[in-house]
Ligand binder design. Structure first.
Ligand code: NAP
Length: 253
């Protein structure tokens, strides 16, 4: 890191073994601040998550994220200039949230069983997250802050999945599962390759992923609405473009 002016740590895993969570969310930040103290830049931008909390009893994702965030902020006492970011779920082209639901909805035969349909979240656009990092990098007054990042609106998960289905041109009935069935689905799907839904995800979803104080406006960024962006990568025109590319590649071969 010598010669660098700042470190941006984006490393994270949503599904892992307990050791995997610790390695990515706690041990890596520990090594990072040790290296920065020894011979590195003083400025650290660290990606955390909304509801990250070292005292979280159930979700290892949130607990280890909270431990890592506490650890990097403790390094401020040694002179490091640390700002952390706590986004709600992030959306954008190639995300693993809206695209994953669109993919699962395409496979669903008319009815889509949805776990935790009442979970609350305020999806934030990836470009806004990037702009927040850039703004904070240039503003050392954000040192010590834990910046919450949210989109302009709060949704229930059911509503979001309905919006994703409509935007992708899919007519599906969303069947909200009860709490017991949501747990059952998580226990089942965590053994499917790719782990589309796990008990750890279930526990994370029990906390509303919404901001108490959204940092975006304070950083001079107007939060972008999901509905303004989603049609550009999930909408029918996008699908037609993909189909045309696929047909062209078949002709070529
Ligand atoms: N996406 C969201 O909705 C969301 C919401 C809140 C917070 N966040 C946080 O934002 C960050 C980026 O998320 P993302 O959605 O962009 O995830 P992502 O695409 O999976 O990126 C995570 C990155 O971490 C790296 N990584 C994972 N485990 C590692 C390890 N043990 N050692 C070194 N590198 C490792 C991955 O490298 P490889 O590609 O080589 O595996 C990848 O580059 C994460 O910290 C995540 O927790 C994301």
């Amino acid at each position: 890191m010598s010669g660098c002016s700042a470190v941006v740590n984006l490393v994270g895993v949503l599904n892992a073994t307990p050791e995997g969570f610790r390695e990515a969310h706690v041990e890596l930040p520990r090594k990072l601040v040790e290296a920065m103290r020894a011979d590195g830049p003083a400025r650290l931008l660290h990606m955390s998550a909304l509801n990250a909390d070292p005292g979280e009893p159930h979700s290892l994702y949130l607990r280890t994220k909270g431990e890592g965030e506490a650890l990097v902020h403790a390094a401020i006492e040694d002179g490091l200039k640390v700002t952390s970011f706590r986004p709600s779920v992030i959306f954008g082209p190639d995300d693993s949230f809206t695209n994953r639901f669109a993919g699962l909805l395409r496979l669903a035969p008319g009815i889509f069983p949805l776990a935790c349909p009442e979970a609350r979240m305020a999806p934030v656009y990836v470009e806004d997250v990037v702009d927040a990092f850039v703004a904070a990098l240039e503003d050392e007054a954000t040192t010590g802050r834990r910046c919450e990042l949210c989109g302009p609106r709060e949704y229930r998960l059911r509503e979001l999945v309905e919006i994703i289905a409509t935007t992708a041109g899919l007519r599906r009935r969303i069947l909200g599962l009860s709490d017991a069935l949501s747990r059952f689905q998580a226990r089942l799907l965590q053994h499917v390759p790719g782990q589309p839904f796990t008990m750890d995800n279930y526990h994370s979803l029990q906390h509303p992923s919404i901001c108490r104080e959204n940092c975006l406006p304070a950083l001079g960024i107007a939060p972008t609405a999901l509905e303004a962006v989603l049609p550009h990568y999930l909408g029918p025109r996008r699908r037609q473009a993909l189909l045309a590319t696929w047909r062209a590649s078949r002709l070529h071969h």
